[in-house]
Design a protein. Structure first.
Length: 124
């Protein structure tokens, strides 16, 4: 996958391709073409994420649900990462607040800035 030509990220498919490639070149040595590619990818990804996250203020649960849909995830996928299906269900149904561990896991899994998941929201 050398000599990739990168352009502005405009959709989820481009975003996935860029984040996958960034993982591949994350350890690139400074001064190499892969290091330059890493810097470019980090910038392009950041710009795309800013655009996504400049959406109207959403509560953390709605944001999680939107990103689950973007990635094609079901609640069981989150439960498999977190390790407790019942707790994930309660959180997604506004019965229980997000824990710090959940915020860390879901932030990474769903590419959501963790500060977006720490906003206050109403439980039912």
């Amino acid at each position: 996958m050398k000599n990739n030509q990168w352009f502005l990220i405009e959709n989820e498919k481009d975003y996935q391709k860029a984040t996958t490639r960034l993982e591949q070149v994350r350890e690139a040595v400074k001064g190499t073409s892969e290091h330059k590619e890493k810097l470019l990818l980090a910038f392009l990804i950041s710009e795309y994420e800013k655009k996504l996250w400049d959406l109207p203020e959403l509560d953390p649960i709605e944001l999680i649900k939107i990103r689950m849909e973007d990635f094609g995830y079901k609640p069981i996928d989150l439960a498999n990462e977190y390790g407790d299906k019942g707790t994930v269900s309660k959180v997604l149904n506004y019965k229980k607040p997000l824990s710090l561990t959940m915020i860390r896991i879901f932030s990474k899994m769903l590419n959501i800035p963790s500060d977006s998941l720490t906003k206050e929201y109403q439980l039912t």
